[in-house]
Design a protein around this ligand. Structure first.
Ligand SMILES: Cc1cc2nc3c(=O)[nH]c(=O)nc-3n(C[C@H](O)[C@H](O)[C@H](O)COP(=O)(O)OP(=O)(O)OC[C@H]3O[C@@H](n4cnc5c(N)ncnc54)[C@H](O)[C@@H]3O)c2cc1C
Length: 388
């Protein structure tokens, strides 16, 4: 056996969608890159697994909507590079009360928009109902990304460009310095640059680097709902995606996608979950009340009456939320050759091509392509804990 190579230009920890896209950009820039993943791939223990994620142009915050044309372009580029279909255009409805500030901001982000009242919505999309006075904004650019397939595709291109992906290899410790030393369950690696994209594990993991990031892992119930009469309500596989804003019964929002994973079952989830530890997410007694399911059942009976009101399939996934639900994309305040990408707060998948580009630029000491003020670590007080 050839001795294992141990020195790289850049090491990336965590092969979810963010770490994989970061490694993809680095390899395309001819950086000798090592991507480390604790689990054997593919796995379903993090945040990037499953078949579907929403991609949309409509965003309440213009610092995300401005990134979306670049994201759509980079997703298309990945489709072309791998000859795979990664995206299905379905359109997306943003449902809520007219004048609601985030809904209005979504409208503005679209430039050309289409606003439907309750009658117009049920004519155009017969499976959907609105309450009196509510409206739906249509983002016709939006659709579904095939998540598992996308993760495989980005890792495949990374490898094709000479990148090294080592899975089933957990990083145990990091020694900062001009050369960073990374010790895993299988070896010791060195590089002048390190990027940490460890998803829900990031908060605990960066404590060894003297950082206390306000990252809260949440366990999300991923629920799939059966059509009462298959194919009869304009739901199922022909439905647009949707999300709600400003509904009093679901202040965190509810979103849905057409049936992709399971024939005839729509994915409808609460954009919120229960605080958890990524190592303990399955340790929930069966008697624990599930308030999310009650919120979803009540929403479905009013807004999607063609679906049964109890989920047919339930899975789990993890969000990693920051207090303001904006991402963390920044250098370590003390060790500038260590870059962190975390806190994707349940909306990071669609943006991964640009997140990867920004983390790559930060790591290489380049001027980032977008304004990074909203993503700075230092927007949170007290992040520098025990001095190193
Ligand atoms: C139910 C659900 C629905 C969602 N819907 C959408 C949507 O519609 N649209 C959208 O844009 N976003 C959506 N998201 C959010 C999106 O999926 C996440 O933001 C994104 O997947 C986060 O990717 P990540 O790479 O940061 O995390 P992960 O995928 O969790 O990757 C982190 C990786 O790091 C690895 N790791 C951790 N510690 C170590 C270690 N010590 N050594 C080695 N490896 C390590 C982990 O094993 C993991 O594989 C959704 C998320 C969920 C859960």
């Amino acid at each position: 056996l050839a001795p294992q190579k141990s020195t790289y230009d850049v090491i990336v920890i965590g092969a979810g969608i963010q770490g994989s896209f970061t490694a993809y950009h680095l390899a395309q820039r001819h950086k000798d890159t090592l991507l480390l993943e604790q689990f054997l791939l593919p796995h379903s223990r993090g945040s990037s697994h499953g078949q579907s994620r929403i991609i949309r142009s409509a965003y309440p915050q213009e610092y995300y909507s401005r990134m979306m044309p670049d994201c759509f372009r980079l997703w298309q580029q990945l489709e072309a590079e791998t000859g795979t279909t990664l995206y299905r255009q379905t359109g997306l409805l943003v449902l809520g009360p007219p004048g609601e500030p985030e809904l209005e901001a979504c409208r503005r982000s679209l430039g050309v928009d289409e606003v439907l009242d309750a009658a117009a919505l049920s004519r155009r999309f017969p499976g959907f109902r609105l309450q009196a006075g509510q409206v739906a904004v249509l983002d016709s650019t939006a659709g579904v990304l095939f998540a598992d397939r996308a993760l495989r595709a980005v890792q495949e291109v990374f490898r094709r460009h000479g990148g090294t992906l080592r899975d089933g290899e957990k990083v145990l410790s990091i020694q900062p310095g001009a050369t960073v030393t990374v010790t895993t369950t299988a070896g010791v690696y060195k590089a002048p640059r390190l990027i940490i994209t460890a998803g829900a594990w990031t908060g605990a993991f960066v404590e060894q680097l003297g950082l206390r990031l306000p990252l809260q892992p949440l366990r999300i119930d991923v629920c799939y709902w059966r059509e009462k009469q298959p194919g009869s309500a304009g739901l199922g596989s022909v439905s647009p995606c949707f999300l709600t804003l400003g509904l009093s019964q679901a202040p965190h929002g509810i979103y849905g996608l057409p049936s992709i994973e399971y024939p005839g079952l729509m994915k409808v989830c609460h954009h919120h979950g229960s605080p958890t530890d990524p190592e303990k997410r399955d340790q929930i007694p069966s008697s624990t009340p599930r308030p999310d399911i009650a919120v979803l059942s009540s929403f479905i009976s009013s807004y999607l009456p063609g679906l049964e009101t109890q989920p047919a399939v339930m899975e789990t996934c993890l969000y990693t939320n920051t207090p303001d639900e904006d991402f963390i994309l920044d250098r370590h305040p003390k060790f500038s050759n260590i870059v962190i990408g975390a806190g994707f707060s349940g909306h990071g998948f669609k943006l991964a091509p640009v997140v990867g580009k920004l983390l790559c630029e930060l790591s290489l000491g380049e001027e980032p392509s977008y304004n990074m003020a909203h993503f700075a670590i230092t927007r949170f007080p007290g992040v520098l804990g025990a001095a190193q």
